[in-house]
Design a protein around this ligand. Structure first.
Ligand code: HEC
Ligand code: HEC
Ligand code: HEC
Length: 466
């Protein structure tokens, strides 16, 4: 008669064990799912783009790449779970504060080169998943980035961000709008918060904050130009939703546009890994943001016909060899030697569009020559979901005058554009573009600040004496 309680105990024990196992299984299933979700958020938010290691073989998120700004270099730090060098000791709240408010655990302010101005509306659920992913699945890098942030005075005083944050930092969280479809709400969240398109595509005011009323209408970006992507004729009104998805996923759209420079990086590290549903949601949102009209192209009164005699110039000679000892600034000659082998004598490109046409190319026909000049200078290297593309950089072979003349040739002949770029302007783009207002007038601003302070003290003194 004693067997029964024994059996009962045994079955209870077994049940307890299996229940515990089942529970453990659900916990680890849900942690795995959370880690997967956090990983996807890190990709959509492109955290590794800035927090990547300075050398190509380093550990992801180990930091060290310099964000070059006119005020100096800012280094995005190590955000691996290393306790000594990374964020291993951050609580989830401290992590949320760094990502959404740009505030470090010790209270110091981050510079807005870290896009907390976009991430501020990240949902609690996404911050949680991102935290779990970084803490539990990313390999700790137990070393500090070699380079240090190095800004000129007064930008090296982090306290100045306090005033800037007061003016420009929002603390509103993202909320779905009842009057928008599920797809548009998702698209808005991705475009505005995670993928932070506005940090590159929105023009900035004198204080370098985004001009909200001109959202996504185009902005210079370290020599490059992130074009107007609002649905205006000066933007991308003629792109369908599918066009935008194709461009984000592959980095090129036949007979329209290619992604070079910073956009190529965003495609390579982030957009090409996003789901079709998410890409469509972003494209649907972009298609209906307020249209902003900006400068359109100025066409030459008489577009230059493509010269028929080009073929006779230097065809057949070794292009690199000719370039090496050529000091010519004849645009046609330079084009023939440096470009025609891939883009065709008449800029027609190849039939499969692997070498794109320059006659139907937004970098060529844009109001400014920035992206053409920068593509020639830096070349294009991009892995996308369908291919790896590469155009050589010509910064070693061509000087400013040569880059200016080949650019002007391409713009005249293939797009009928009549605004020439000068060698000095090419040099300026190669240096990272024009200095923002705040830097150019910094000394005047500081002098003005000092005058106001003196006037104030003088007023106080008069008041005190009276
Ligand atoms: C456009 C570049 C950029 C992107 C994208 C970016 N960061 Fe940063 N982040 C920075 C820079 C630059 C700093 C340092 C700013 C400073 O020193 O004031 C920084 C600082 C931080 C810090 C504080 C610790 C440290 O390294 O200084 C954390 C935590 C952080 N980022 C997390 C993230 C996460 C998580 C993501 C993705 C959701 C992300 N960042 C995306 C540029 C970026
Ligand atoms: C890191 C900066 C950066 C980010 C982030 C970024 N872009 Fe871009 N984008 C650029 C630059 C620069 C170009 C120009 C590339 C070129 O012509 O080679 C560009 C080009 C484009 C174009 C082609 C426009 C044209 O006229 O040729 C589209 C469309 C576009 N971006 C959409 C987006 C969307 C949507 C997002 C967010 C999901 C986004 N971009 C995020 C920098 C950025
Ligand atoms: C070895 C082949 C090769 C040579 C030489 C070459 N290109 Fe390219 N070019 C490419 C490839 C590949 C792309 C990118 C295609 C893509 O993104 O799908 C490209 C893209 C471009 C773009 C589009 C850039 C953008 O931002 O959208 C322009 C403009 C351009 N090339 C102009 C030139 C000019 C001008 C020269 C000569 C100075 C030149 N290329 C030489 C292969 C070449």
């Amino acid at each position: 008669m004693k067997t029964r309680p024994k059996l009962l105990t045994l079955s209870l024990l077994l049940c307890g064990l299996s229940c515990t196992l089942a529970h453990a299984a659900t916990v680890s299933d849900s942690t795995t799912a959370l880690i997967e979700r956090g990983k996807y958020i890190a990709i959509a938010a492109d955290c590794n783009a800035c927090h990547r290691p300075a050398n190509d073989n380093g550990l992801p998120f180990a930091g060290g790449v310099a964000i070059v700004s006119p005020m100096g270099n800012i280094i995005a730090g190590n955000i691996t779970p290393s306790k000594e060098f990374g964020i291993g000791n951050y609580t989830e709240q401290q992590f949320a504060d760094a990502v959404r408010r740009g505030v470090l655990p010790d209270g110091a302010n981050l510079y807005p080169a870290m896009p907390y101005t976009s991430y501020h509306s990240m949902t609690d659920a996404d911050v949680h998943a991102l935290y779990i992913y970084l803490m539990q699945s990313v390999k700790p890098a137990d070393f500090a980035p070699a380079a240090q942030t190095d800004l000129s005075f007064p930008f090296n005083v982090r306290q100045i961000m306090w005033g800037w944050n007061l003016l420009y930092r929002s603390s509103a969280r993202f909320e779905n709008q009842a009057d928008l479809s599920g797809q548009l709400n998702r698209g808005k969240y991705l475009v505005e918060v995670l993928a932070h398109c506005s940090t590159c595509h929105t023009p900035r005011n004198v204080m370098m904050a985004e001009k909200g009323s001109l959202d996504l209408s185009g902005s210079p970006l370290g020599g490059w130009y992130a074009p107007n992507i609002t649905p205006d004729e000066s933007g991308i009104a003629d792109w369908s939703q599918t066009d935008i998805v194709t461009y984000l996923k592959t980095g090129h759209l036949a007979d329209k546009a290619q992604a070079a420079g910073p956009m190529a990086e965003a495609v390579e590290n982030s957009f090409r890994f996003m789901t079709d549903d998410d890409l469509n949601a972003m494209a649907a949102w972009i298609k209906q943001v307020p249209a902003v009209h900006t400068k359109t192209r100025t066409l030459a009164a008489q577009p230059h016909p493509v010269a028929d005699d080009i073929d006779s110039i230097i065809t057949g000679q070794n292009a690199q060899g000719v370039l090496a000892d050529s000091s010519t600034t004849n645009g046609a000659e330079l084009y023939e030697n440096a470009c025609a082998s891939c883009h065709g004598h008449n800029g027609q490109g190849t039939r499969d569009n692997f070498y794109p046409s320059l006659t139907q190319n937004r970098a060529v026909s844009a109001p400014g020559a920035e992206n053409l000049v920068m593509s020639i200078t830096e070349g294009i290297h991009r892995k996308s979901s369908d291919s790896d593309v590469s155009m050589p950089a010509f910064n070693q072979q061509l000087n400013n005058a040569q880059i200016a003349s080949v650019s002007n040739y391409v713009r005249h002949h293939f797009a009928g554009m009549n605004e020439d770029i000068t060698p000095a302007e090419v040099q300026n783009l190669r240096n990272g573009g024009s200095t923002p207002f705040i830097m150019r007038y910094l000394h005047e601003l500081m002098a003005l600040g000092a005058l106001i302070a003196i006037a104030f003290l003088f007023g106080m003194w008069k008041w005190w004496k009276s």
